[in-house]
Design a protein around this ligand. Structure first.
Ligand code: HEM
Length: 147
């Protein structure tokens, strides 16, 4: 079960990162170019939202079955153990909250330019947080420990 979940979580990371980059770049272009917020923008935001929440669900299960998540007297003193027990989950949940807030709050906005601005700022921040989190993992941002 652990290997299957880790494969899925590892693979889904590319979908999350690609969708985040696509949404951030389009939102910035349309915000600066004062372009309308279209059905395509809404769909891309929805896919990002779905991939991210799927990643959260799988991550939560992994958290309880993974051998790298350990709680003992030495966890906080060991950078590797502390990363998987505390830092990976905390940083990525912050990123997921930002992605969720970007979608929920921008949907309520009437002004298209304000929507693009919100989508850009919150998702760009989330992207930064995920990049920082993955670069701290010792496994790299792009590299997977499985292949
Ligand atoms: C968008 C958010 C997230 C991304 C991009 C992400 C990405 C990753 C990546 C790339 C790995 C390493 C996979 C490998 O070695 O091949 C990993 C491992 C892991 N993730 Fe996440 N993750 C996210 C959110 C979460 C969350 C919210 C949790 C917990 C609730 C979580 C729990 C874990 C655990 C426990 C592992 C280690 C599994 C193991 O090696 O046994 N992840 N994650």
């Amino acid at each position: 079960m652990h290997t299957g979940l880790l494969h899925t979580h590892s693979l889904l990371r590319y979908f999350v990162l690609i969708m985040l980059v696509v949404v951030v770049v389009i939102a910035l272009q349309k915000w600066l170019g004062k372009k309308p917020y279209t059905g395509l923008d809404n769909k891309l935001g929805l896919y990002l939202f779905i991939f991210t929440h799927l990643q959260l669900l799988i991550g939560l299960v992994l958290y309880f079955v993974s051998p790298v998540v350990q709680f003992n007297a030495g966890t906080m003193k060991n950078a590797g153990l502390r990363y998987w027990a505390v830092e990976h989950i905390s940083l990525n949940i912050i990123a997921i909250v930002l992605i969720t807030l970007a979608r929920i709050t921008s949907k309520k906005m009437a002004d298209d330019n304000a929507k693009h601005k919100r989508m850009f700022l919150f998702n760009a921040l989330a992207l930064l947080v995920i990049i920082v989190s993955l670069s701290m993992s010792g496994r790299g941002i792009i590299h997977s420990s499985l292949f």
